[in-house]
Design a binder for this molecule. Structure first.
Ligand code: SF4
Length: 217
């Protein structure tokens, strides 16, 4: 198979496996979605949903979050990875949203990336999932799988993002982003496979005999 054929095969299989992928992070509005995505770095979605259940009852807007204060935010999120850093970022982000954006979450990646704790991936998730605008967030699962499926050379996360955007139709980016993450979690853990075990790689590369090395995100 050439690269385009591999992409079509992957897309078809992912649509069969995850026909209607739903974003797993609970939220009430754009602000709470942004905070949930920010919290999800190095933390499971399940854990994020547990802590935000109470946090968002107390604060679901930048004004309320600022009033809550860093210490109380920390108390709510302390079971998440990197909690002290995230509490600081949540307060700083709330402040900037109020001062620069009238308390609203900006819709452009470039503006989102200026917020503390919000990198390119988090900004892309918010734009794609909440504002329904074309973006292809690439996390470690996607970076690894795109390499094992021969859809990128994996030189960098940026390169992987560019390659995936080029090969897949823009209208499918949002679903594919979620579907590849779900596939990665279900079948293809970071250490669990070398690219020769399950049907996906076997179908794409029937002659692959040796381990496929991937570069990290
Ligand atoms: S063969 Fe391994 S690397 Fe390839 S998709 Fe399956 S689990 Fe992932």
């Amino acid at each position: 198979m050439n690269k385009k054929e591999r992409a079509l095969f992957v897309e078809k299989k992912l649509n069969e496996l995850f026909p209607n992928p739903k974003a797993p992070l609970d939220h009430r509005n754009a602000f709470t979605f942004l905070i949930a995505v920010l919290l999800s770095a190095q933390t499971t979605d399940k854990r994020v949903n547990i802590v935000t259940k109470e946090l968002f009852k107390k604060a679901s807007s930048p004004e309320e979050m600022l009033a809550l204060g860093e210490n109380e935010v920390y108390e709510h999120i302390k079971t998440c990875g990197l909690a002290p850093k995230k509490a600081k970022a949540i307060i700083a982000t709330s402040k900037i949203l109020i001062e620069k954006h009238n308390g609203k979450v900006p819709k452009e990646i470039i503006d989102l990336e200026e917020l503390p704790g919000v990198g390119h991936k988090t900004a892309s998730v918010v734009v794609s999932e909440y504002f329904k605008k074309p973006a292809f967030p690439v996390d470690t699962h996607i970076h690894r799988l795109a390499q094992r499926w021969g859809l990128t050379n994996g030189k960098s996360v940026k390169q992987t993002e560019n390659d995936l955007k080029e090969i897949f139709d823009e209208m499918n980016w949002r679903n594919l982003h979620l579907q590849i993450i779900f596939y990665g979690r279900a079948f293809c853990t970071a250490r669990g496979c070398d690219g020769t075990i399950c049907f996906m790689c076997k179908s794409l590369y029937p002659n692959r005999k040796t381990k496929k090395k991937t570069s990290k995100a």
